[in-house]
Design a protein around this ligand. Structure first.
Ligand code: ATP
Length: 357
């Protein structure tokens, strides 16, 4: 089991990239703690799979180094890196039985018969594959094949890390929760470093101790689910984490006041002395806006609301800018005009998408 460090790592699939967007991974430095349960979260095309494949050795990075416990493995093959990887679609041998498939990674590494049998039994039990052990993989459904694939990833006890690339995509929604919980249990029992790629925030937040959020080839924040919600370091994190996402409004900052168009919002403090001049944005989570019928605040038009049970999501319009608020289920919603009052302690200020205050 290893601590994985990325040192000045960057990757482009082009030989001579000239534009920033031509880098699938922009320069990054990062440490994945030994025994950590990480989710790698971001939208399609942000570089998650590339990063995973760089760590496993399937892709050689254009720049930088990868260290496992301080040892440079940048030029080392996937096999020598001793990593287990589970892909989005099943990677199994159709002609082998389920039991043979599960045993294969162990047999391949010369693990003894007794130990192999014990591990295979344990993993099969965990994934509910016991009744299928003697069945050929060929006839199995896509769900079951992926379960076997997952089992192959989990069966070895001696791996440096297990990398999962959207492993539950083809799995039935009911089973997803169960399997994710089982992967977590394996993590708790073995303390192996796990990196789990997903574009689904619920999946990321329920799996990981630490969520690594990627956007356009960059890691924009690493944090606990609570940190990502409370202190989004980048406007994208605010938007991507939370449902609905954080409201982001263009603003001019003057001392401890943010001017949004002709309206003023008071901040908890002014900008740091070193803050650059220019255009800013403020971010306010819908949960941190109070809806009133009048008084000081941001005057809005109410467009519609969604009653989702415990709360209502009220969609409004602030001089043409969309802004939403989350209110209690039993609160009334004005038919037309209303005022949104932000909690001054929960307003974030961003410059070029990055948080400054
Ligand atoms: P998804 O969730 O859709 O799988 P992702 O976040 O995993 O996306 P990557 O697959 O790593 O993103 O892709 C990052 C960028 O690199 C994208 O612009 C993609 O088009 C490009 N890319 C990925 N693989 C290759 C490849 N083999 N050759 C060229 N470009 C590639």
């Amino acid at each position: 089991m290893a601590c994985i460090e990325l040192e000045n790592l960057a990757h482009s699939y082009l030989v001579n990239p000239t534009q920033p967007w031509q880098w699938a991974l922009k320069k990054m430095n990062m440490t994945w703690r030994q025994g950590g349960a990480y989710a790698l979260l971001g939208p399609s095309g942000c570089g998650k799979t590339t990063l995973l494949n760089v760590i496993s050795g399937l892709v050689k990075p254009s720049h930088g180094r990868i260290l496992f416990d301080g040892r440079d493995v940048s030029q080392v093959s996937t096999e020598e890196r001793n990593i287990a990887q589970v892909f989005q679609f099943p990677v199994i041998y159709d002609t082998m039985t389920v039991a043979e498939n599960l045993a294969f990674p162990l047999r391949n590494r010369g693990v003894g018969k007794g130990e192999t049998a014990a591990r295979v039994k344990q993993v099969a039990h965990m994934l509910g594959l016991e009744p299928l052990m003697s069945r050929r993989a060929k006839g199995l459904t896509a769900d079951l094949k992926q379960k076997v694939s997952l089992g192959r990833g989990l069966v070895r006890a001696d791996v440096e890390a297990i990398l999962f690339d959207e492993p539950l995509t083809v799995i039935d929604p009911h089973l997803k929760w169960l399997l994710r919980a089982q992967i977590r249990r394996v993590h708790a029992e073995t303390d192996v470093t796990m990196i789990y790629v997903t574009h689904d925030q619920t999946e990321a937040l329920t799996f990981a101790d630490q969520v690594v959020v990627m956007y356009q080839g960059e890691v924009v924040q690493v944090g606990t689910p609570q940190q990502l919600f409370d202190e989004p370091a980048h406007t994208f994190v605010g938007y991507f984490i939370g449902s609905p996402g954080m409201n982001v409004l263009p603003a001019r900052i003057d001392g401890d006041r943010a001017h949004v168009g002709s309206h003023v919002v008071t901040l908890r403090s002014g900008l740091p002395q070193t803050a650059p001049a220019g255009d800013y944005e403020i971010g306010i989570r819908p949960e941190h806006l109070r809806l009133t019928r009048g008084g000081a605040g941001l005057p809005v038009r109410v467009r519609r609301f969604d009653d989702i049970g415990r709360v209502k999501i009220v969609h409004c319009d602030l001089d043409g800018l969309p802004i939403s608020a989350v209110i209690d289920e039993d609160e009334g919603v004005p038919a037309d005009s209303a005022v949104l009052v932000p909690d001054p302690t929960r307003i974030h200020v961003y410059y070029q998408s990055c948080k400054v205050a």
